[in-house]
Design a protein around this ligand. Structure first.
Ligand SMILES: *Cc1c(COP(=O)(O)O)cnc(C)c1O
Length: 494
């Protein structure tokens, strides 16, 4: 659009404005009536008003083109405005960042079983809190309690909205108004201002710190015990690693000390995998079942990290401790909603069929894909992408390192593969090509702007697309003409 304003154009625009149809007129056009039939009068009339106001504004600014007042142009604009108004803000995104459990991209991808169970149970009424045997009131927790007990070996289980809530509730229910002991090496901040000292305070417990940042010993805990002690809290330091001269006290060592004092021991695992990841060639994470065997009274972990399910906070443990947690009033405020509860039930069912996990649980499927498998996909995609981005960009296959994400196993990397996009010749010794940063930012923005946004990462003057989480290359390939257009590169020659 020509933004240069000259006097004749301003006067011309004012004259044009007289031709701007009224909102009532526009609403009578067949094109508007078709929109009304689909969306109702309120939304379409609102957009018609906004459209007319925008045209007026353009006229005042002297930037209104005569063609913009043609009924066809106005109708097309109205249709587009209605479409945009109704386009969801939350949309699917292709996660090619290389971080499998990406908190900003929705964490774990739900299994088909979980999605199907949500659809099946949420389209109508269901037995969320209704006991079909007795015909009386039921408890939503019982829908998954047996499954959680079977899988982890716990006596009892309950679930809340997320693991932060599970930790808060556990501390409040067991130690409100009294003391909770925690090691200085485990005063974790897990992001989003969730810091253990603040959580303790919010839960109304007096935090008693023991040990030092790098070393805590059994005697440190023993010296802190007194008649006000209500809880010993262990926190899995999932999002960082302290290396070197370190020691911490394992749950198995701590449990007998706590038991002798009649003090419950709780451990927050954060991610908490329900299966031994080492069996799949992945770095090991502590399992809730091990923590229970070690003598913990309560174990808390997330539903949407390594477990691969919906957002949820899972609490497993002894009948006595879980019973107190379940009855604590805060539980009602943190209770799980029916949608994730359905997803959680179906996800846990997959754990009853462990052979299916690597195939049907996306989180585990993505984590266990080998570099060789991912490279095959990268090699197939490379020529397609190279052609779509030529001649402005060059595309190559590269070895990459994925990470698990969500604070799990922060130092471990998974050998992966993908595509590296750079400027032609930028691999030469002459250093980075001029303008490479701007060009890659523009490319990254165009990828994010696709109907199915694609999110990669920029490193060392290249845009990297890690294909570990790409189950199917087709949705990416199908968008390449749109990508080319977004970059103003003109259509592909076929
Ligand atoms: C992630 C994490 C939490 C919080 O879990 P959410 O399900 O995200 O609320 C708590 N503790 C630790 C150690 C974590 O890693």
């Amino acid at each position: 659009m020509n933004l240069k304003v000259d006097e004749s154009m301003v006067h011309g625009s004012k004259a044009l404005l007289q031709q701007l149809p009224s909102i009532d007129r526009i609403m009578q056009w067949p094109a508007a009536q078709a929109l009304v039939a689909a969306h109702g009068h309120t939304l379409v009339a609102g957009e018609a008003r906004a459209l007319v106001a925008a045209r007026r504004e353009a006229a005042r600014a002297g930037t209104l083109a005569a063609t913009a007042l043609q009924p066809e142009a106005l109708a097309a604009d109205l249709r587009q405005r209605c479409g945009q108004r109704l386009a969801p803000r939350l949309k699917p995104v292709l996660n090619l960042t290389g971080t499998v459990i990406h908190t900003n991209l929705g964490r774990s991808v739900l299994a088909d079983e979980a999605l199907a169970h949500i659809l099946r149970t949420m389209a109508g009424t269901n037995n969320l809190e209704f006991d079909l045997d007795s015909g009386g009131r039921g408890d939503r927790d019982t829908l998954v309690e047996d499954l959680l007990c079977e899988i982890t070996g716990a006596e009892a289980a309950t679930v809340v909205n997320n693991n932060a809530g599970a930790v808060l509730l556990t501390i409040a229910a067991l130690a409100h108004g009294r003391e909770a002991i925690v090691s200085r090496g485990e005063l974790v901040e897990i992001g989003g201002a969730f810091r253990m000292p603040d959580v303790m305070a919010s839960a109304g417990a007096r935090m008693v710190e023991v040990g030092t940042t790098n070393r805590t010993h059994p005697a440190d805990y023993q010296q802190a015990f007194n008649e006000r002690t209500a809880l010993v809290m262990k926190v899995h330091t999932s999002n960082y690693a302290v290396q070197g001269f370190t020691s911490s006290v394992d749950e198995a060592v701590l449990a007998p000390l706590c038991r002798a004092r009649g003090v419950p021991l709780a451990t927050d695992l954060g991610s908490g995998s329900l299966i031994d990841l080492a069996a799949y060639g992945l770095p090991r994470e502590p399992l809730p079942q091990e923590m229970l065997r070690a003598g913990c009274d309560v174990v808390t972990f997330s539903g949407d990290k390594l477990l691969g399910g919906p957002q949820a906070g899972l609490i497993v443990g002894s009948k006595a401790a879980v019973g107190r947690i379940r009855k604590y009033p805060m539980k009602r405020a943190l209770r799980m909603s029916k949608l994730p509860l359905a997803a959680l039930e179906a996800t846990l069912m997959l754990y009853l069929q462990p052979e299916r996990l690597v195939r049907d649980l996306p989180t585990l499927r993505h984590l266990t894909r080998s570099q060789a498998q991912i490279l095959v996909m990268a090699e197939a995609l490379k020529p397609v992408l190279a052609r779509a981005l030529a001649p402005r960009f060059e595309v190559g296959c590269v070895a990459l390192s994925s990470q698990i994400g969500s604070g799990s196993l922060p130092v471990d990397r998974l050998p992966s593969a993908g595509l590296a996009i750079g400027l032609p010749g930028s691999g030469d010794k002459g250093g980075p090509a001029k303008g490479v940063g701007t060009a890659l930012d523009e490319l990254a923005r165009a990828l994010r702007g696709l109907p199915l946004p694609v999110v990669g990462r920029i490193a060392h003057d290249r845009l990297l697309l890690d294909l570990r989480c790409l189950d199917d290359a087709e949705p990416l390939a199908a968008q390449l003409p749109a990508l080319r257009e977004a970059l103003g590169m003109g259509p592909l020659n076929t």
